[in-house]
Design a protein around this ligand. Structure first.
Ligand code: FES
Length: 234
């Protein structure tokens, strides 16, 4: 319990679990890609970075609120960092936005517009990956993955399955099923939670319905929840 100064305004907090929640309580909408209150905090995207009165920057989703904190959420320096982060994410992302199934509802695309990212100064050095179309309900495109880990935590913590995980490090880091299996060869139950949480088109719902129904008729395919939940939990 205490008081913080956020962008010059006094904001009281009680038991909010992080600075980001207090910032949102103050009605300030700062961008996030990897924070969801109902799953564990990962702190991967750094888009929620803010600055304190000593000039220290930190990810607000990963910092506990403390009495007397003075926070700036939108300083020139912070705006520059956020824009650079989105530019770097786009640099390592395939560029078929106009034909992507997620176009228009992609969070990364929306952020690029909102932050005014108009050109990408960096080369994409990531390897090109094949699509995984093995699942009856989902298509996984690792070329669109931004490594936010949202799908990994949704599968593990909400659905209790753990079909996806991180592999490799640095520029080779990727989210995939263990041992590079196809999704269809994992314990995936086709619930679609990973698709609901994925902010980009890295995981999409399979739209060839004939193929979907045919595959779902297969007694070896386990389905324990709806295929495509329409609502993303805030
Ligand atoms: Fe805080 Fe991604 S939302 S690091």
């Amino acid at each position: 319990m205490g008081t913080m100064i956020i962008d010059g305004r006094k904001i009281e907090f009680t038991d909010e679990k992080n600075v980001l929640t207090v910032i949102r309580k103050a009605g300030i909408n700062i961008p996030t890609l990897c924070y969801h209150s109902e799953v564990s905090t990962f702190g991967a995207c750094r888009l929620c970075t803010v600055e304190d009165d000593r000039g220290k920057t930190f990810a607000s989703c990963s910092e506990k609120p403390r009495d007397g904190m003075v926070i700036y959420t939108n300083s020139g320096r912070i705006k520059k960092y956020r824009k650079l982060i989105v530019e770097l994410l786009l640099a390592a992302h395939c560029r078929d936005c106009t034909t992507c199934v997620k176009s228009g509802e992609c969070v990364l695309q929306e952020l690029a517009h909102r932050l005014g990212v108009q050109n990408i100064r960096f080369k994409n050095t990531r390897e090109h990956y094949e699509l995984d179309t093995s699942s009856p309900s989902l298509v996984r495109d690792p070329n669109k993955c931004i490594l936010c880990g949202d799908c990994v935590r949704a599968c593990e913590e909400i659905q209790g399955i753990g079909a996806l995980g991180f592999a490799f490090r640095g520029t080779e880091a990727i989210v995939m099923p263990a041992f590079n299996k196809k999704i269809a060869d994992t314990q995936c139950v086709n619930c679609g939670q990973c698709r609901v949480y994925c902010p980009t088109g890295a995981i999409a719902i399979k739209t060839h319905m004939d193929e979907v129904w045919e595959a779902l008729a297969d007694p070896n395919v386990r389905v324990v929840a709806q295929i495509a939940p329409a609502v993303r939990v805030a």
